[in-house]
Design a protein around this ligand. Sequence first.
Ligand code: GLN
Length: 491
Amino acid sequence: MTALTSLTLAEARAGFAKKQFSAAELTEAHLAAIEGARSLNAFVLETPERALEMAKASDARIATGTAGPLEGIPLAIKDMFCTAGVRTAACSRILHNFVPTYESTVTANLWRDGAVLLGKTNNDEFAMGSSNETSHCGPVTSPWRRKGSNTPISPGGSSGGSAAAVAAQLCLGATGTDTGGSIRQPAAFTGTVGIKPTYGRCSRWGIVAFASSLDQAGPFARSVRDAALLLGSMAGHDQKDTTSVDRPVPDYAAAAGRSIKGMRIGIPKEYRIDGMPAEIEKLWEQGRAWLKAAGAEMVEVSLPHTKYALPAYYIVAPAEASSNLARYDGVRYGLRVPGRDISALYEKTRAEGFGPEVRRRIMIGTYVLSAGYFDAYYVRAQKVRTLIKKDFEDAFAGGVHAMLTPATPSAAFGIGEKSGGDPVEMYLNDVFTVTVNMAGLPGISVPAGLDAHGLPLGLQLIGRPFDEETLFSLGQVIEYAAGRFQPEKWW
Ligand code: GLN
């Protein structure tokens, strides 16, 4: 039998049904794997007692035939999701001791369906970053290494801990949040599947807010079908988030495996950027060939405002962040550094509580929202955002079902390789992912190959609003063609 930590969700469920192992045994195997992988720093909090308690409750439900769709499935939760009674710090010093009294809707949905909480995973502080290096808890080391090298590699970010945990087989799936690429980029860097659904598909209630008009939750998994199963539980309408949409949640897993014959796939010509490595271009070409072989038709499309997406994102996201993060004042949450009066308390708390990248975003955001600059920056960026959205609408109206692009402009980089000097170098990582958040569309990253050094590369599929099903169907075709990728264990 395959090791308990390398099962798919379907295999785990079949194992329970045939009484090959219990939910408690499956959870114990994962807790042991987590303990053995502490050097990766993927988890910032392990919750073994709670995990075993939840797994035993799952075993009881399995025994009485009342199992939920994710019964006994051990998951890791990004530290951006509030978990009742379990510390949630967004990997920031300012929230170092924050224990929520409430549960995020997305995680509540997972527990409702029987899933088991293994612990909280590392992320860039307040999800601001692309490498997990801005985390107050330190960087995550990817389970992947370049062939013949010990250089520690970044799993990407901001959901680096979740991506690394799934890739290293420390959990069967994990949650992430994606504001500009934080699910899709780490998925691409770690050879895992990650989907950011349409804005409004998952409730944002109880998720630590970064940029509210862009934030969405989504799953990480080792297969397209597993990602579909997880999203099916996470998604849904929630009265506590007025931006969540009241539409039925389709059977996403049924879409994985459906024929893609006759689908028209847009290839946006603006994604062919200068200086793109030849192997990314080759991967993209390979992706087109796989989809064609499965009966889809490739059509070139134009998204003319693509080049403005990154600069516009780095105005809109910090603006919303500066407003959202105003609540961390030393009075209501977490860290408090006393001062001689209330202003001094605010200033000292915020100066000591936030790391340098978060401070940079707050300053940029406050600047672009300030009187005199508001029209020149923020309003302009919002107009650009409308144009980006319209580019996609026009292409979809032209009869395109989805688009295929690379997920990232390169494979994963070494820890420290991009975080030394110019922050823009790190921001450039998001060039293929931010447009999707700006337009509110669903995007999936599917592992598609390895680079010359043996590091994973991903392809991104972008869908019409609320058409995650098509992404799962197309993603499954790529997965069948490319195979699945697993790092060699060294930790
Ligand atoms: N890397 C992007 C940023 O730093 C996106 C982060 C995210 O999606 N949370 O803002």
